[in-house]
Design a protein around this ligand. Structure first.
Ligand code: GDG
Length: 476
């Protein structure tokens, strides 16, 4: 029976994402409490929810294996989805991060296909779909997020045909020629076709999806930004995600941030130039190639270790997945080599932080860094690039940005690089380090205009507005 059990008639908007936007804090009263955990998704979707106080719900995983009751944090209804340790291995480590993540990121590492991973993925997706079906009020809007939950829109449409369903993919969507290798290609594509609107970071990703559905014979072309699947029009187009500009600009202007940035530079030994990298420790982010470029520049004397220092934040990520363990070893080997060859006692040339840095410290780093290095081999958008630009209100600083990040479309005034071309990357770093202030200023001004023109709340509004728009009927 598809009838929802605990349908909340008041719930008009349901967000479905792998994780709930909260984390458990041991500090405070009575042994701990849930506190908001502001990641990229939370800050992007948060404003849309804030406009609908009391009638929005969020379905996601808390990180726990056991069943938990719905609870509330800051007026938001949270519906935890339980996942056993075994299911986490199949659904999250396996199918999501061992199959789909590498496949969608140009196979920077090989993508593995295992039938039991997909079975686990299906089982867990069904659980999210059932939780969303139970939480959503009549004709409510459900917004499903990202590659972990690609089957949810289709499952949800079967359970609740009355719902408006949107899906947004935060990562790239590969060309059909690559996607077609997936033994479960039809099911995954059908899952997304269950949505009324599929959003992607770039027009290329959206076009790849439309082309795929046609090539698989699941849909037919319909105008520039839609396909027809059965008797339904499914839109698939680009909604490049933005950042909460006011939050980043506000934090950058904060006097404490300015003092912290000054203090940071002093602690780094008052170098002439500070280079910065901020990434999850992920093989798609090109941390290794960036360090290789730095190493060669120092080895050949193109960068002077007496005047340059680099900070690399590598936020711990997915450390149960084999490829991440290997990457960490490679990055740490390079860090050791670079520091061994070029540091002086008390003045390491490269500060490598494999820790979660707090927001205020991150802002101080953006303020302190003269050159920001964002060099992913492939990235859906990359928010770090936009955050750095938002923090540079004094119009100083240079951004070296991979042309394979979605952000390169909007930030065309960065020094764009092909991260596979080490010589090109080295040349861009040297250019960034020695860029005349007038040129840096012009570039930064234009980049700031681009970041400001695409605020996170507008992004969510645009998506939800288009999702709410009247459905086009299929006429035959
Ligand atoms: C996926 C897509 C897309 C990083 N280290 C720390 C920290 N961060 C914050 C950054 C930024 C966020 O994490 C990372 O966002 P990115 O966009 O750079 O990358 P992914 O995590 O891969 O995100 C990506 C995004 O989804 C949104 O659609 O742009 O392409 O892959 O906000 O600032 N924050 C703190 N400490 C850290 O150590 N506090």
């Amino acid at each position: 029976d598809a009838a929802p059990r605990t349908q909340g008639p008041a719930t008009r908007l349901v967000i479905v994402a792998n994780r709930l936007p909260v984390r458990w804090s041991d500090e405070g009263e009575e042994g701990g409490r849930w506190i908001p955990s502001p990641g990229g998704l939370v800050s992007a979707v948060g404003p849309a929810i804030a406009q609908r106080p009391g009638d929005a719900a969020w379905i996601g995983w808390t990180g726990a294996a056991t069943e938990e009751e719905p609870f509330e944090v800051d007026g938001l209804h949270l519906h935890p989805v339980a996942m056993s340790d075994d299911e986490k291995v199949l659904f999250y480590d396996g199918m999501s991060n061992g199959t789909l993540w590498p496949l969608y990121h140009d196979k920077v590492v090989p993508s593995e296909f295992h039938r039991h991973w997909f079975d686990g993925y299906k089982r867990v997706n069904r659980r999210y779909a059932e939780a969303a079906a139970a939480a959503a009020g009549p004709e409510a809007t459900v917004w499903v997020h990202d590659y972990q939950l690609q089957l949810v829109p289709g499952m949800l449409r079967e359970l609740r045909p009355d719902l408006r369903i949107g899906f947004f993919l935060h990562i790239p969507f590969p060309p059909p020629e690559v996607f077609q290798a997936l033994p479960w290609r039809e099911q995954l594509a059908q899952g997304m076709l269950g949505a009324d609107l599929n959003g992607f970071q770039t027009p290329e990703a959206a076009a790849n999806f439309r082309r795929l559905t046609m090539r698989l014979g699941l849909a037919e072309a319909h105008g520039d930004e839609s396909v027809v699947a059965g008797d339904r029009v499914v839109r698939a187009c680009a909604y490049p995600i933005g950042i909460d500009v006011a939050r980043y600009e506000g934090a950058a202007h904060d006097r404490e941030t300015t003092e912290r940035a000054r203090d940071l530079r002093a602690r780094l030994g008052a170098p002439h130039t500070v280079l910065l990298g901020v990434d999850r420790l992920d093989y798609t982010k090109g941390i290794d190639v960036r360090l290789r470029a730095l190493k060669e520049l120092l080895d050949e004397g193109s960068l002077n270790p007496a005047t340059v220092t680099m900070v690399q934040i590598a936020q711990p990520s997915r450390d149960d997945v084999e490829a991440y363990i290997t990457l960490r070893e490679e990055v740490e080997r390079l860090v050791g080599q670079i520091n061994g060859d070029h540091s002086r006692v008390g003045f390491p040339i490269l500060h490598y932080i494999h820790q979660d840095v707090e927001f205020e410290e991150l802002m101080a780093m953006y303020r302190a860094a003269d050159v920001m290095l964002v060099t992913p081999f492939r990235d859906g958008m990359n928010l770090v690039a936009k955050e750095y630009v938002a923090a540079r209100y004094d119009l100083t600083g240079s951004l070296v940005l991979s042309e394979f990040a979605g952000a390169a479309t909007e930030l065309a005034d960065a020094l764009l690089v092909n991260p596979y071309d080490v010589d090109g990357l080295k040349a861009a770093i040297v250019r960034a380090v020695s860029m005349p202030p007038a040129e840096a200023r012009e570039r930064m001004e234009r980049m700031r205009a681009a970041v400001e023109a695409n605020d996170a709340s507008e992004w969510a509004d645009r998506f939800l507005r288009d999702l709410a728009a009247d459905r086009e009927r299929v006429t035959t």
